[in-house]
Design a protein around this ligand. Structure first.
Ligand code: CUA
Length: 325
């Protein structure tokens, strides 16, 4: 290769490599190496395990890559003939002992640390009955449905009490597909598997957190996001008692979280446009559609309660009329 071409190739390679590595860091804001800030005791433990493991993997990465580059330079062919064979070496006891013992020590350290942290990740801290609550989280194409202990329901918006243990029963209806519940600030991802319940928990300070479906579940998987609002206990209690009977706020959440994932009022999106559709004011008609689906549309409301359907139609009837826009 002429030296000009070689220099150009090298420059291109270096620029590309630098661009790729710095982009990640620039987007992540924390160097690109760390997950988001932890906001629950189990998430803190996952975070420290991540850092502990990263130290060892970091040492190994730097060590192996440095040796690789050094060997490539030092033992390159140079002017030797293509067919020249290197010296044949058999046995290097000291070296073999080192490359056996060092990884064993690393693995033992990582293993003990993770097993030490594990119980606090899996098991919720003990708390009096009054200081804990259990919420059912159900993934559906393409929305999250939350059911509270008093039967209240919310869509794509989880409300939870602050600084208390919140048990999450994560599931999906038998007729749906696998989703994955992930609130990065609360730690790990949990699969929402049809007909099964996966249990985890969090205990978070008041604030707003983001959740995202992390299992590819179909066309609108990326739109399957939710918000977790953690509020003082009294505020949580009043939210679920207001919600117990459905109401306009639930209807609006259903419209936004369920219908709007695939429809728009004034134009065709994934499904047909909805403005002026008589079903939006037809209680029986919309129930049949929600429970059975139609064509491409899944049966999004197959297990909805009567008051969930009432709440939706109370909200959607405003759109059933003429074609304004
Ligand atoms: Cu649900 Cu991806």
């Amino acid at each position: 290769m002429p030296s000009g071409v070689r220099r150009f190739a090298l420059a291109t390679f270096v620029t590309t490599a630098v661009a790729l590595t710095t982009t990640i860091a620039a987007y992540a804001g924390n160097g690109g190496f760390l997950p988001g800030e932890a906001h629950s005791p189990n998430a803190h433990r996952i975070h420290s395990a991540f850092i502990f493991v990263s130290i060892f993997t970091g040492i190994i990465l730097v060590g192996v890559e440095a040796a690789l580059v050094m060997f490539i330079v030092k033992y390159r062919r140079g002017k030797r003939p293509r067919t020249a064979e290197g010296p044949q070496i058999h046995g290097a006891t000291k070296l073999e002992v080192i490359w056996t013992v060092v990884p064993v020590v690393f693995l033992a350290a990582i293993g003990s640390f993770v097993f030490y942290k594990l119980p606090g990740i899996a098991d919720a801290p003990k708390a009096a009955a009054a200081d804990q609550t259990r919420i059912r989280i159900s993934g559906r194409q393409y929305y999250w449905q939350f059911t509270y202990p008093n039967g209240a329901v919310s869509i794509d918006h989880l409300v939870a009490p602050a600084d208390q243990v919140v048990h999450e029963d994560i599931t999906a209806p038998r007729y749906d597909v696998i989703h994955s519940w992930w609130v990065p600030d609360f730690g790990g991802k949990y699969d929402a598997i049809p007909g099964r319940v996966n249990k985890t928990w969090f205990k978070a300070p008041a604030g707003t957190y983001k959740a995202q479906c992390y299992g590819l579940c179909g066309l609108q998987h990326a739109a399957m996001a939710a918000t977790v609002t953690v509020v003082p206990r009294a505020e949580y209690d009043s939210f679920i008692s207001q919600r117990a009977n459905g109401g306009a706020a639930l209807g609006q959440e259903e419209w936004q979280g369920v219908c709007m994932k695939c429809h728009r009022l004034d134009h065709r999106y994934i499904g047909p446009k909805l403005q002026g559709n008589v079903l939006l004011a037809d209680r029986r008609g919309i129930e049949v559609l929600l429970r059975n689906g139609r064509g491409q549309m899944p049966s999004v409301g197959r297990d909805w309660s009567g008051s969930q359907i009432d709440a939706l139609i109370a909200y959607t009837k405003q759109f059933a009329g003429g074609a304004s826009g």
